[in-house]
Design a protein around this ligand. Sequence first.
Ligand code: GDG
Length: 460
Amino acid sequence: MARLVIVSNRVSTPRERLSRAGGLAVALRDALQKQGGVWFGWSGEVVDRPDPSPRITNAGKITYATLDLSPVDHEAYYNSYANSTLWPLCHYRLGLIDFRREHFEGYRSVNARFAQSLAPMLRPDDVVWVHDYHFLSFAAELRRGGRKNRVGFFLHIPFPPPELFSALPSHRELARDLCAYDLIGFQTESDLSAFTRYIEQEIGGTVHPDGTFEAFGQRSRAATFPIGIDTDAFTGLARLAAVSPETTRLKESLVGRELVIGVDRLDYSKGLPNKVEAFGELLGRWPEHRNKVTFMQIAPVSRGEVAQYRALRRQIEGGAGRLNGKFAEFDWVPVRYLNRSFARPTLAGFYRASRVGFVTPLRDGMNLVAKEYVAAQDPADPGVLILSRFAGAAKELKAALIVNPFDVDGMTDALHLALGMPLDERRSRHAAMMDVLHANTITTWRDRFLEELNTTPQRT
Ligand code: GDG
């Protein structure tokens, strides 16, 4: 069997405790362990003079190979081009884009340096699977070095419509780089169709019904692979965590009140201010919920070096503070806002203890929190998922209460409906969503992608 090489910005090394590693890291690690292979990417370290050769750790049949970044590269590639240009662009936020030519050059030069550093480790029949928007140019750089391996790419975040993508000053160069991949995977049909429309309308390429396409003189294939979770494992985790000391403490602290839970990285794509506002509206419009419901928003800080993320943090703190000031009683605080992360089992127990999972991103590739929330529920007495129509997960979890996250009034109505939903309706919605989560898991996603990549004709 050919070896597998995974390339991703962050590498989940064996030192990472299993309680921290998410389902994706575990699924990729399992595939590497089975086939033997390499996991290659950034170490997470920024140092003045990075070593050009990767740091190697071997564990079983897996070789972990990581590179450090210099402060200049970290700023241009990671903070600027990836997180201040591509991230807002792919989340439809043109107004937040900060484009500088030198950031694009820095991004490409990091992609080139990483590709050059991986190349000597590659065997001719290795299959390479590259992840996410940090490495759109990676295959093009491998090709420049003469590598003909099968190289696949999966975009975890949305692909924007051609009208938005073409606003990126470097869009043609970036698209040309992307077409050096043999297989390009998207989360949903709308991402795929945005991409193929771009190829046809902007590039003048030809797209065939089976997803193969020709553009820039290259032939490639694009398809959808909606990512899943390890459904049974997560349900098991939540069942065990239902009686953990943390869940018990949480329940005791609620003294019988219902819990609405939100778990999102602190990111403007997640729609956090609108959530807080909708919860405030709920308490304003339906006073019977006052002192009866608590909203707990877990929001670990991410990308704190990017200005927009710092501004968002202040905005949410202001919103939650005002709401608490207005409605809190001496024995009840409506919003518990936590800028910290929790171990996965703790999170699973918290989901299970919550009557409502409140997942309303303004735009999201998939959103795994929505899937985890459903998997964590007690089937005999499940909670209700409120889900944004603009999360990729809404295409699958149709039995959720689907809302428009820009419509605060509509979200408020959904909260009221969810809190009063009868048991039989909660059960039937939950069962329908569990069927979906059993049919498409993280393993089926991974195996489908690899099968399609393995059967792609190799370049000559
Ligand atoms: C990107 C795309 C796509 C969160 N807080 C804690 C914690 N988490 C875990 C969740 C979940 C993961 O992080 C977040 O995944 P999401 O899918 O919700 O969102 P992104 O981070 O934006 O992920 C997204 C995803 O890639 C996969 O393709 O779905 O659309 O944006 O697993 O549980 N985990 C722990 N403690 C926390 O406090 N342990």
